[in-house]
Design a protein around this ligand. Structure first.
Ligand code: AP5
Ligand code: ZN
Length: 214
């Protein structure tokens, strides 16, 4: 099964993608996590990506497309994968469609996690992320068992650099201008499913599983 997660920043794409990846045993590919890992390791890609991410802007398509096309060509993606945070622009979607066409394959589902802008800012200011393993928490909705410590790996959890309120507003503007058109793109391909992302995390997950198993 090949799945794309669509939705505004903070809609809960990452939270759901991890659960879907576990349930269906397919790799979770998050371009945001890949960039953050590169920043942590101070690679050339990380240095370039950070200048855009810290401003709430998208990393240029030419730094992003090949990375994902290479990643989905790896062995562990043979039975499917879930893309989280990619594609994010129409050119990225076209690049993905072309790469799959060349292998006589196509995406199966694009799941749009729908959350209005009003809810996004409070979610992001409460989010805490583990930069070591990628796990995500929320100080109120999804707290860590021990304060400030990742349940999965025991490392500290932090507010992401791009979760400052001004940067979140910029990311929302960028989402509306550049990413939202993908809803129609995948609607036209007939693979779009929309879930109400304002519901509790478990309810959102159950609804997605029902859509995928229908
Ligand atoms: P990325 O890491 O992809 O960030 P994003 O899309 O902005 O998404 P987020 O990770 O912020 O949110 P999410 O939807 O995954 O929500 P989460 O599950 O964490 O990208 C970061 C940056 O990298 C971009 O700005 C860009 O610069 C660059 N980048 C990445 N990919 C790129 C690409 N393809 N092209 C160009 N640039 C790219 O949930 C949010 C919070 O809400 C958490 O605290 C969570 O615990 C909580 N929560 C989740 N679900 C619920 C619920 N149902 N109820 C209550 N709280 C919930
Ligand atoms: Zn961790």
């Amino acid at each position: 099964m090949k799945i794309i997660m669509l939705g505004a920043p903070g809609a809960g794409k990452g939270t759901q993608a991890k659960k879907i990846s576990d349930k269906f045993a397919i790799p979770h590919i998050s371009t945001g996590d890949i960039f953050r890992a590169n920043i942590k390791n101070d690679t050339e890609l990380g240095k370039k990506a950070k200048t855009y991410m810290d401003q709430g802007l998208l990393v240029p398509d030419e730094l992003t497309c090949d990375l994902v096309v290479d990643r989905i060509s790896e062995d562990d993606c043979k039975n499917g994968f879930i893309l989280d945070g990619f594609p994010r622009t129409i050119p990225q979607a076209e690049c993905l469609t072309e790469a799959l066409n060349a292998r006589n394959e196509k995406m199966d589902y694009a799941i749009n996690v729908d959350v209005p802008d009003e809810n996004i800012i409070s979610r992001m200011s409460g989010r805490r992320a583990c930069l070591n393993c990628g796990a995500t928490y929320h100080i109120v909705n999804i707290p860590t068992k021990k304060p400030g410590i990742c349940d999965r790996c025991g490392e500290p959890v932090v507010l992401r650099d791009d979760d400052q309120p001004e940067t979140v507003k910029k990311r929302l503007d960028v989402y509306h201008a550049q990413t939202k058109p993908l809803i129609d793109y995948y609607g036209d391909q007939g693979i779009l499913k929309t879930v109400d992302g304002t519901q509790p995390m478990e309810t959102v997950f159950e609804e997605i599983v029902k859509m995928l198993e229908a």
